[in-house]
Design a protein around this ligand. Structure first.
Ligand code: KIV
Length: 299
């Protein structure tokens, strides 16, 4: 295969300190918004590096947006490790977080620690994320933290348990359910999580919780009052056609641009407009004559 050879270095040297847990805590203390984005491959990681984001999450959303599964529960730990290792190769300074997929941590503390260790050893992540803040999730978070691996929590809409939550819908919209989200977030903080994702909860609930928790909160569909924001990179780049999701903002129209480019390429090939002279390699006329001669004799 001949393709443009990517520079397999992690990208242009950047004049920025690597993100660490103390630096994240400091950002929260100073009220500086934390920027987090998902990535699932080497080129996106390099761009995230260049853009100067603080945290890159190899989310299990990759199950849907890059692997084409119907939901996040289908993705395996092996598949997540492969995506995370590619992202690692493209990153220098952002904190890299690997999302523990469904089935890789719930059954026992031992399983959770083993899966987190694989993420660190095989993919080189700095931290892992797990979903839910009930007693089992908090215990798994605590066990992983005790094993020396930083953990990011995730409450509110937790897609791995969407069926049990009644579908992919906003959570914490009654006082009772908001208190449940609060208890889960507190349990995760007590378990030692260094940050907590709030997904699809009312902005006012996220504000209150951000005020009472001692760790950074990262929102997706949780309003502007969290310590930081995260978006799924395919949503913000408009990789799929259709209306942006309510919680997201579309910053590019990659679907339209890529469709236009592929359509133009197809038209150019069919009309023999591509390749043009500048895309072809030449051969010395004498060599060509000798080649033709050789070909005739080899028949
Ligand atoms: O998998 C993912 O992309 C996530 C983010 C939405 C936080 O968990």
């Amino acid at each position: 295969m001949m393709s443009s050879t990517p520079n397999t270095e992690a990208g242009p040297a950047v004049d920025r300190l690597a993100m660490t847990l103390p630096r994240l805590a400091e950002k929260r203390r100073l009220g500086e918004p934390i920027v987090m984005i998902t990535a699932y491959d080497f080129p996106t990681a390099r761009i995230a590096e260049e853009a100067g984001v603080d945290i890159v999450l190899v989310g299990d959303s990759g199950a849907e947006v890059v692997l084409g599964y119907q939901s996040t529960v289908a993705v395996s730990l092996e598949e997540m490790l492969m995506l995370a290792a590619a992202v690692r190769r493209g990153l220098r300074t952002p904190l890299l977080v690997g999302d523990l997929p469904f089935g890789s941590y719930e059954a026992s503390d031992e399983l959770a620690v083993l899966s987190a260790q694989r993420f660190v050893k095989e993919a080189g992540v700095d931290a892992v994320k797990l979903e839910g803040g009930g007693p089992a999730s908090a215990a798994r978070a605590s066990a992983i933290v005790a094993a020396g691996i930083p953990v990011m929590g995730h409450v509110g809409l937790t897609p791995q348990s969407a069926t049990a939550l009644g579908g992919r819908r906003a959570q914490g919209r009654t006082a009772e359910r908001a208190l449940e989200v609060a208890r889960e977030a507190r349990a995760l903080e007590e378990a030692g999580c260094f940050a907590i994702v709030f997904e699809a909860i009312p902005a006012a609930v996220a504000d209150e919780l951000t005020g009472v928790l001692g760790v950074p909160t990262i929102g997706i569909g949780a309003g502007p009052g969290t310590s930081g924001q995260v978006l799924v990179v395919h949503d913000m780049l408009g990789v799929y056609p259709g209306q942006p999701k309510r919680h997201s903002r579309q910053y590019a129209d990659l679907h339209g641009q890529v469709l236009g480019a592929l359509g133009q390429y197809a038209e150019d090939v069919r009309a023999r407009r591509f390749p043009a002279a500048e895309h072809t390699f030449s051969i010395d006329p004498a060599e060509l004559a000798a080649f033709r001669d050789g070909l005739r004799h080899e028949r």
